[in-house]
Design a binder for this molecule. Structure first.
Ligand code: GLN
Length: 520
């Protein structure tokens, strides 16, 4: 078996019924070193059969399976001889289709619930007999389908899990993919590695090797153009393409003057002529152009639009100088694909710039997206594999419009300097306190508020900086992080002392929702 066959032999398919956690299911499966893709429940069974999956997982979903017009799947899916695991809606649907009964539950369960499991079931191997699981359901399985036996229950839910071991069909009412389910990863591991018999061939070193081979095959002697932002995705794409095709790759890095302190130089140090990668690197210093366009603009969406459009203009000018290329590379990752509604069935969350609009201003024949199948944590692993420095790979998430949306109101060179300095101090102190890998996301923003203060016995009338730090469980919501008061105090005093133009520092306590993580 060659590498490609080996990798594809290991595929598990997630069939999406519109659940909130569909991407998490796939991520958790991949953490078991098993490759996995998400497909809509509308996907034809022939297409599923043709992929020869080693296992199938049905996700949760908002509907009630006994209602007309609710998402469903034909019975044949359960007769292919391929192991199937139904989660929540998927579990209910499996019972419903196979002759069991699903009804509105007398008691709905939501949150962490104690579940008693039968540890003889292969699904619950090595799981303690009582364990905390995450529940979120209004309906319940009141009667299992013929051939099934109950292998878990709770105080209010007689069928928390059921199995037909002979046909390798498993139904779980709770959500093993959510981290609140203490043994959830083990259960998914038991399913994909145990029941489905996957060997765990999906690893980042084999991904890199295989991608390099595929890129070489596809690109041949062609030329590839990539817009490098300095973000994790485009950096890893650059690293991968460089390894595959070297100088056939040209990266254009636009410094729009809205990057964090010293960030432009850091990107250049890694990918520029003195860096470690074999590629053509073009840095465009477009700061002045951006500040000129943004002068007097205060409306957040207008600012975003200007920053986005200007990026296209600058990139276009560079592309013209380079002339026709064969491929335009993009750092699209799997969540972009799924969230754009191209992969799964959950509501379209946002149309992602990488997927929706292809730039029509560059003369290229084809798009190449080497990270299209990867989740963010896998992109990071691939980045380390490729030798991209840790500080870039574990870089704090940074919005496309950059500091432009962390400066409330008009953007000016002076304000950019203030927020850059304040943010650098904040990041430095967080790292010093050893919190840089424990807090999800943290940054400084510049409010548009000026207030009166006193410094050196003189009246000041300066700006207020807002510090933000949030933690997110599973990326659905966020809460402000518990940064120790002593750390905040040091940050405050350093910002006031070292950054001219600031006389007040706030800490933002707002969670998401109702707040967003960024300010604009
Ligand atoms: N809608 C179904 C219920 O309420 C399934 C919920 C889910 O999949 N989370 O029981």
């Amino acid at each position: 078996m060659n590498m490609e066959e080996k990798l594809s032999a290991e595929k598990v398919i997630v069939i999406d019924f519109g659940g909130q956690y569909n991407q998490l299911v796939a991520r958790r499966v991949r953490e078991c070193n098993v490759y996995c893709e998400i497909y809509s429940y509308k996907t034809d069974i022939e297409q599923i059969k043709a992929m020869h999956p080693k296992g199938i997982i049905l996700t949760g979903g908002p509907n009630s399976c006994y209602e007309e017009n609710s998402p469903t799947y034909q019975k044949e899916l359960f007769e292919l001889g391929i192991p199937v695991l139904g989660l929540c809606y998927g579990a209910q649907l499996m019972m419903h289709v196979l002759g069991g009964k699903v009804e509105k539950a007398p008691v709905r369960e939501y949150g962490k619930i104690q579940v008693a499991v039968d540890s003889h079931s292969p699904l619950f191997a090595d799981v303690p007999e009582t364990t905390i699981c995450w529940m979120s359901h209004n309906d319940y399985i009141s009667q299992t389908a013929p051939g099934f036996s109950v292998c878990a229950h709770t105080a209010d839910c007689p069928v928390a899990a059921a199995e037909c071991a002979e046909k390798k069909l498993y139904a779980i009412q709770f959500h093993p993919e959510v981290l609140h389910t203490v043994e959830g990863t083990k259960m998914l591991y038991n399913f994909v590695r145990g029941v489905c018999g996957c060997t765990g061939a999906w690893r980042m070193d084999s991904f890199v090797e295989e991608s390099v081979r595929q890129i070489r095959e596809k690109v041949g002697s062609g030329k590839v153009l990539l817009a490098l932002s300095g973000g994790v995705d485009s950096s890893v794409a650059a690293g991968l393409l460089s390894k595959a095709i070297g100088k056939q790759l040209t990266c254009v890095f636009v410094d729009h003057g809205l990057l964090r302190k010293d960030e432009g130089d850091e990107v250049e140090a890694v990918f520029g002529p003195n860096g470690d990668f074999d590629l053509n690197f073009i840095r465009v210093n477009a700061q002045e152009r951006y500040y000129a366009k943004l002068a007097g603009v205060t409306e957040p969406e207008t600012k975003r639009k200007i920053i986005g459009e200007e990026f296209i203009r600058v990139f276009e000018e560079e592309a013209k100088k380079i002339g026709a290329v064969d491929f335009l590379a993009q750092g699209t990752i799997y969540p972009d694909v799924v969230e754009s509604g191209l992969g799964g069935e959950s509501a379209v969350i946002k149309s992602h710039h990488n997927v929706g609009g292809l730039p029509d201003y560059v003369d290229f024949k084809e798009i190449i997206e080497p990270l299209r199948d990867l989740f963010k944590d896998e992109v990071r692993k691939a980045g380390l594999e490729l030798g991209i420095p840790e500080r870039l790979v574990f870089r704090q998430p940074f919005p496309g419009p950059g500091l432009g949306i962390r400066i409330i109101g008009e953007v000016t060179a002076k304000k950019v300097r203030i927020v850059q300095e304040a943010d650098a101090i904040y990041r430095e102190e967080i790292a010093k306190a050893g919190l840089d890998r424990t807090i999800g996301q943290y940054f400084a923003a510049l409010t548009n508020m000026r207030s009166v203060g006193v410094m050196g016995d003189e009246r000041t009338y300066d700006y207020a900086v807002a510090l933000r730090a949030v933690n997110t469980v599973d990326f659905m919501t966020a809460e402000s992080a518990d940064v120790p008061f002593e750390v905040l105090q040091v940050v405050m005093s350093r910002i006031i002392n070292e950054v001219r133009g600031v006389n007040r520092v706030f800490y933002d306590l707002t969670s998401k929702p109702p707040g967003t993580i960024e300010f604009e």
